[in-house]
Design a binder for this molecule. Structure first.
Ligand code: MRU
Length: 352
């Protein structure tokens, strides 16, 4: 089994380069926060929880390199690095959440000698990684009950081990159901334009011998109409208080289609994906990437030179299309506001 991201004994961050999959399994070693920022921006590492862990480890790398005469000087430098890292990708709240948690941890341990503070920050980043894997297993345990025997499950993008520190959210539910003996098959939407479904989800499920069939994104409606899909399960990049969900572009389309065909539409995510500062999803920033991701693939043009293209890479699914949110603290059904509030105890609120 591959490792999506880990802190090495040499004090570096090692991550699986997801831009090279499925052709090659190549690892990248980041020695400083700039290398982590590049890895996130270029999508060598992607997926909301995975970029959260990368953010935390990036801050730990920065902490290692700072030479400061006082804690105040150290903290100012750490924050400056953190802000630059936060700007690499705007939609997934996990990135900012993890950077904030690292900065808060530094503040809380300001009395430590500098080398001990750096060690403590490295340990905190590793804890964020371990907690993510633990949370995903909990999501899997809660969610697997929702998958009936013999189900054909549609998923979108990659919300698997590759998108997290390990095990996955949407794919974690699928993994847990499969491990519990539920017979299931997965339809992976290819996820234009970056092909996370085709390149990553298909690869990841193949590694685990979970039956997977690839479809292009525009086949979903037809297959629902023909009764070939029983439920949809996706991950999330940010969830507002009322349950509105930002996730990979195309998620909204699938949610509307699922409702039109009376199919359950589940969103699996850890509570670190919840943005309690937003009442609804309207204000979630939607990242727009280079239009070239739409007009070309792997350096080969697929559209005429000079044509304009749009590339919003996430969309927002209003909560009314969502059957349930599968979190690490349990399954939440509408009304989501009260359900999510009940799950977020003061201990969790202190960390967001
Ligand atoms: O642009 P990406 O590949 O980072 O987008 C990833 C997604 O939209 C995932 O569905 C989401 O981050 C959840 S991953 C557990």
């Amino acid at each position: 089994m591959f490792e999506t991201i880990e802190w090495t004994a040499a004090g570096t961050v090692r991550l699986l380069d997801q831009t090279r999959l499925p052709a090659e399994e190549v690892y990248v070693e980041c020695r400083d926060i700039a290398a982590v920022a590049h890895a996130i921006r270029s999508m060598q590492i992607r997926g909301a929880p995975a970029i959260g862990v990368a953010g935390a480890m990036g801050v730990a790398l920065a902490a290692q390199s700072i030479r400061a005469a006082s804690f105040e000087e150290f903290y100012a430098e750490l924050s400056r690095h953190g802000e630059a890292l936060r700007r690499t990708r705007p939609t997934a709240v996990n990135l900012g959440w993890a950077i904030d948690r690292m900065q808060r941890y530094a503040e809380q341990h300001n009395a430590l000698p500098s080398h001990e503070l750096v060690d403590a920050l490295i340990q905190e980043a590793q804890r964020i990684r371990e907690e993510d894997i633990r949370d995903n297993r909990a999501i899997g345990a809660y969610g697997r009950e929702l998958i009936p025997d013999g189900a054909s499950v549609l998923t979108h993008c990659n919300a698997g081990a590759l998108a997290t520190a390990g095990y996955g959210t949407a794919l974690g539910v699928i993994r847990a159901a499969h491990a519990a003996g539920t017979r299931l098959s997965v339809l992976a939407g290819e996820t234009r334009p970056f092909l996370q479904g085709a390149r990553l989800t298909a690869w990841e499920l193949q590694q685990d011998n979970i039956p997977v069939t690839l479809i292009t994104d525009n086949m979903a409606g037809h297959l629902m109409q023909r009764g070939k899909i029983d439920l949809v399960i996706v991950g999330a990049d940010r969830i507002a208080r009322n349950g509105d969900v930002a996730n990979k572009i195309g998620t909204y389309t699938l949610a509307v289609l699922a409702q039109a065909h009376a199919l359950p539409f589940y969103v699996a995510a850890p509570l670190s994906t919840l943005d309690l500062s937003l009442h609804d999803g309207e204000a979630i920033p939607i990242e727009e990437r280079d239009p070239e991701e739409v007009t070309a693939w792997a350096g080969v043009r697929t559209a005429p030179v000079g044509v304009r293209a749009r590339n919003p890479v996430f969309d927002m699914t209003p909560h009314r299309y969502i059957t349930a949110l599968i979190t690490n603290r349990g399954v939440v059904r509408p009304p989501f506001d009260s359900g999510l509030t009940a799950l977020t105890d003061p201990d969790f609120l202190n960390k967001v």
